[in-house]
Design a protein around this ligand. Structure first.
Ligand code: CU
Length: 501
């Protein structure tokens, strides 16, 4: 043992000094096998040493995963072996309330924001069937942070409307993981609600508690300010500036308030599985009037105790546990507190039962915690960037190619070939080439409704992309001179003209 222990630091030092990724891979593998027996295996809730437990036992049988909508979670897993776990998750786009009198077009995993809760046991081989509803306008995919593999499954799960993708992965590390859509524009898919949690239970499960709930924070960016009535469109500009109108638990203002509050009885232990979908903000998660007895920080294995507020990164999670000792209403907040009282990040845990005047004596009045209402928000007006008024065709092609890859490729594909019945081709597109002004307008404003491209009918939505005039000129120049198309350069004047028409 002594000799092994002495070898480790020196090998690590060598590994750290070697730049080759192949050698580093070999190093980390050697590290894993050189410390057998030093880690307590499968001890749930314990702080693990560096060596993960990769002995999952045999995979026995198969079952269909129970999926639940927030704030509920499926029952704890009781089987003592890994299995083949079949998950069927449907992506669905719908208009729903984001606040009283305010509607938003949500894109969802399983019809809710956050998406369905998925519960697995370490070692399970998950067969994932991602269905994209035929009513969807967009392709979607899924990146699960519990997956070890490129893109977390994103590349294998790109699914056009009305299609199903299947892929499999083994869950090898216990914890609480975020999943989200990773289809470009990624930020927009996440901002529209495409995230949820997948739990990987350790062998033997987590310690038993009385109540378990599922909460997930997300930030939303709308054309209108907080509370402005009507159907509100996604606002790319605010998303880029990271100034949300709404910061929410479970997808709408009041989703966990009043008779929708989560509940417990005095004396019970409560476990909250908390995620943060972002896309931008980090949460300072706090329950007013409680202390987290146990905190699985960042959804990992190490347990901290007696914590008041925990940071949950965008794309991260936490598991918090506490015993409720007195009755009352406990307010769940993001302690970046304007988000709570002015942007909607407020939930409630209602605890019923007898008072304990030693622990807390005093009158409670939860009215003082109710949201203060809409904040007055003025959006900064954007001033046009300084850009050269003339660019050569070559310059516009070079910049346009980069813009195409970042903004258009996800839908129109690498060679502009599109996706049958979902995204029209730009390659040899008669629609694109017939009318230059019209093609500029498509990129400026997006496009909705029936069109014909090369004899094929499309009736879908292309989102507004909020590009500068210069970038519109660059990318339209690029697509009109690529993939078998040939046209001339698009100028700033032509973009300006298309805007004013
Ligand atoms: Cu998506």
């Amino acid at each position: 043992m002594n000799t092994i222990k002495l070898r480790i630091p020196s090998r690590n030092l060598i590994c750290a000094l070697i730049a080759s990724p192949f050698l580093i891979g070999a190093c980390s593998q050697a590290d894993q096998t050189s410390t057998p027996g030093e880690t307590p295996k499968g001890s749930s809730g314990a702080v693990h040493a560096s060596t993960p437990d990769d002995d999952f036992g045999p995979i026995i049988g198969e079952e269909h995963a129970v999926l639940t909508s927030p704030p509920m979670v499926p029952p704890p897993i009781t089987r003592d072996h890994a299995t083949k776990l079949i998950v069927d998750l449907e992506v669905e786009e719908h208009v729903g309330p984001i606040a009283d009198g305010v509607e938003y077009t949500f894109w969802t995993f399983g019809g809710t924001v956050p998406g369905s809760y998925i519960r697995t046991r370490v070692g399970d081989v998950v067969q994932f069937n991602l269905h994209n509803s035929p009513d969807s306008k967009m392709p979607h995919n899924i990146d699960l942070h519990s997956v070890t593999g490129p893109g977390g499954g994103a590349a294998s799960s790109f699914t056009a409307p009305g299609h199903t993708s299947q892929f499999s992965f083994q869950v090898t590390r216990p914890g609480l993981y975020v999943y989200h859509c990773a289809t470009a524009p990624v930020g927009m898919h996440i901002a529209n609600g495409m995230y949820g949690l997948i739990q990987v239970e350790p062998k033997g499960g987590l310690p038993k508690v009385d109540k378990e709930y599922y909460l997930m924070q997300g930030d939303f960016y709308t054309e209108g300010a907080y509370g402005e009535e009507g159907l509100q469109a996604f606002n790319m500009e605010k998303a880029l500036q990271e100034i949300p109108d709404y910061v929410l638990f479970n997808g709408s203002v009041g989703a966990l308030v009043g008779d929708k509050a989560i509940t417990a009885n005095v004396g019970e232990t409560v476990r909250l599985y908390v995620g943060n979908g972002g896309p931008n903000l980090v949460s300072s998660f706090h329950v007013i009037g409680e202390i987290f007895d146990n905190l699985y920080a960042e959804g990992g294995t190490a347990v901290n105790h007696n914590v008041q507020t925990t940071l949950i990164p965008a794309g991260g999670s936490a598991i918090v546990e506490f015993k409720v000792e007195v009755p009352g209403t406990f307010i769940i907040v993001d302690h970046s507190i304007f988000r709570t009282f002015n942007k909607g990040a407020l939930g409630m845990l209602t605890v019923t039962g007898p008072d304990d005047l030693t622990i807390y004596s005093g009158k409670q009045d939860d009215r003082i915690y109710l949201p203060e209402g809409g904040a007055i928000q003025t959006m900064p007006t954007t001033s046009a960037k300084e850009i050269p008024s003339t660019r050569t065709l070559e310059e516009r092609m070079a910049i346009g190619e980069r813009l195409y890859k970042a903004n258009c490729l996800a839908c129109h594909q690498a060679n502009g070939q599109g996706v049958p019945s979902a995204f029209p081709p730009l390659a040899n597109s008669d629609y694109l080439m017939a009318d230059k002004q019209r093609s500029i307008k498509v990129v400026l404003h997006g496009l909705e409704g029936p069109i014909k491209v090369n004899g094929e009918s499309f009736n879908s939505v292309m989102p507004k992309l909020n590009m500068s005039d210069d970038d519109v000129a660059n990318v339209v120049t690029y697509v009109r001179n690529s993939f078998g198309n040939s046209g001339d350069k698009v100028t700033l004047e032509e973009v300006a003209a298309a805007k004013t028409e």
